[in-house]
Design a protein around this ligand. Structure first.
Ligand SMILES: [Zn+2]
Length: 167
């Protein structure tokens, strides 16, 4: 989680995207298999969230679209903030066995104004029913500080379905 938060802060410092960082790690060994930061605005693509970037890097490197495939070690998706509606779905499709989050969805919305989207009210149960352990609030304060840093830095807040605004 420290690494995911560090990625989110670095993305703010470099002005290379939104304040979100994610890491795919092997659960047993802790080996990092993929990293991702939000790249939506710089690359003009709404799909490029930290989570989807990390998943894409891991699956591409491992040459397998399913991180939970037979013979594959179990993986975690560790992300500086709760996944949005899209990334919650991507988490389920990725094959990870564990999701670890820092800031909550309400932290993201209240601190930054980013929209988490139409996420299922019981998304944790939805993921658990698919065999994904959900661990929330790890280093939450530090993760929230990363979001506050973005706002204080004048970071751009976009929302596809809402009016754009800048802090
Ligand atoms: Zn997302």
């Amino acid at each position: 989680m420290e690494y995911a938060i560090k990625l989110s802060r670095r993305n703010t410092e470099e002005q290379t995207g939104g304040p979100f960082g994610s890491v795919i790690v092997e659960i047993v060994t802790g080996l990092v298999k993929g990293v991702g930061v939000n790249r939506v605005v710089p690359l003009s693509c709404p799909l490029l969230h930290g989570e989807t970037m990390a998943i894409a890097m891991a699956t591409t490197n491992l040459k397998n679209f399913n991180l939970g495939a037979e013979g594959m070690p179990a993986h975690s998706l560790v992300t500086s903030a709760q996944p949005c509606a899209m990334c919650c779905g991507a988490t389920a499709w990725s094959g990870v066995k564990r999701l670890v989050t820092g800031a909550s969805g309400s932290d993201v919305e209240s601190i930054t104004g980013f929209d988490e989207g139409p996420i299922h009210p019981n998304w944790q149960r939805q993921l658990r029913q698919r065999g994904i352990e959900v661990v929330e609030g790890v280093l939450r304060n530090e993760a929230c500080e990363g979001l506050e840093f973005y706002v204080a830095s004048g970071g751009f807040v976009y929302n596809g379905s809402k009016r754009r605004r800048r802090f």
